[in-house]
Unconditional design. Structure first.
Ligand SMILES: C[S@@+](CC[C@H](N)C(=O)[O-])C[C@H]1O[C@@H](n2cnc3c(N)ncnc32)[C@H](O)[C@@H]1O
Length: 298
């Protein structure tokens, strides 16, 4: 039903009930008007932001949206019609999250959409960007839980001598990420596969840099994943990690309570932290803290 038809039908419904239920009708009419005002204000605020956007933001949005449409092999209309998985339950079962969320067409697309304007996602990229100069020529990176492949592509685009391999538990993410690397013409310097961060298909001391950004909280036992990351990292190599604090989403199977708990985990597995940032963000109405770290394996 389109809006004008809806409004006519709603008013007709109210009219038929006015005599018998005058207060209920007055209540529903006022509530409707108030909600419309609220939504309108929100839409106008968003539109105003859009009107004031600098050209760089338009360029960025254009690039990310066209990447998403290419990777997901969809149109903008199909993007908005995608079914949002809503079967996750708070039972914190890894296999359930995998089948009900990660293995859906929606998942890599939703993670990729975050890179349009979601501040924590943009901050992940900015944190990696801040440390690029430390990584030498011909560095070999391992991107653990690469998701849509945005960070993988970003790294590969920075230096034509770099190689970025990685695993993600989701076949859909693998497909999406590989299409992104193809679009960016960097696929030949990358070997991505489906795999579990808790049991990596690589020998010891294989990589100069490991990236584990917003992935360890997705397993019930982050220490197991981080120890595996340490195993495949060369001595003297770098780890870039990001972990949220007090963000109990249904797909998060471990909740970190404080930045100190995150730091304690890094210390426990033997990482030497060089740079540690904590930033407060908003997710819907609730604040949470995201942490970003650059460490070395002594
Ligand atoms: C929030 S996304 C982060 C994606 C990417 N690192 C980024 O920052 O854009 C988390 C990713 O971890 C993956 N994941 C969850 N559990 C995993 C596991 N046990 N092993 C490997 N990947 C996993 C999910 O499939 C998802 O793609």
């Amino acid at each position: 039903m389109r809006y004008p038809e809806f409004e006519t039908a709603f008013e007709a419904q109210l009219q038929t009930h006015t005599n018998l239920y005058p207060h209920a009708v007055a209540y529903h009419r006022a509530r409707f008007e108030q909600t419309i005002q609220y939504l309108l204000t929100s839409i106008l605020e968003q539109t105003e932001t859009l009107i004031q956007q600098p050209e760089t933001n338009w360029t960025h949005t254009e690039e990310v949206v066209s990447d998403i449409l290419y990777c997901g092999e969809i149109t903008v209309e199909q993007l908005f019609a995608l079914e949002i998985p809503n079967q996750l339950t708070p039972d914190r079962d890894f296999e359930a999250v995998k089948t009900k969320l990660y293995e859906t067409k929606y998942y890599p697309i939703s993670e990729h959409l975050n890179y349009i304007t979601f501040p924590p996602a943009l901050e992940r990229k900015a944190f990696i960007g801040k440390h690029l100069d430390r990584f030498k020529e011909e560095s070999c990176f391992c991107d653990l839980g690469f998701g849509p492949g945005v960070l993988t592509a970003f790294l590969l685009q920075q230096n034509a001598t770099w190689q970025v391999d990685g695993v993600d538990i989701s076949q859909h993410c693998l497909h999406h990420a590989q299409r992104l690397l193809t679009k960016k013409e960097v696929l030949d310097r990358s070997e991505l596969s489906v795999g579990d961060v808790r049991k990596l298909p690589y020998p010891d001391n294989a990589f100069d840099v490991v990236i584990a950004v917003e992935v360890l909280e997705h397993i019930p036992d982050p220490e197991v994943g981080l120890s595996e990351a340490m195993r495949v990292l060369k001595p003297g190599g770098y780890a870039i990690t990001a972990l949220p604090v007090q963000l109990p989403l249904l797909m998060h199977l471990y909740d970190f309570d404080s930045p100190d708990e995150v730091l304690a985990l890094y210390k426990k597995v033997g990482l030497k932290v060089i740079d540690f940032e904590t930033k407060e963000f908003q997710r819907q109405a609730d604040p949470f803290v995201d942490t970003f770290a650059l460490s070395t394996k002594p």
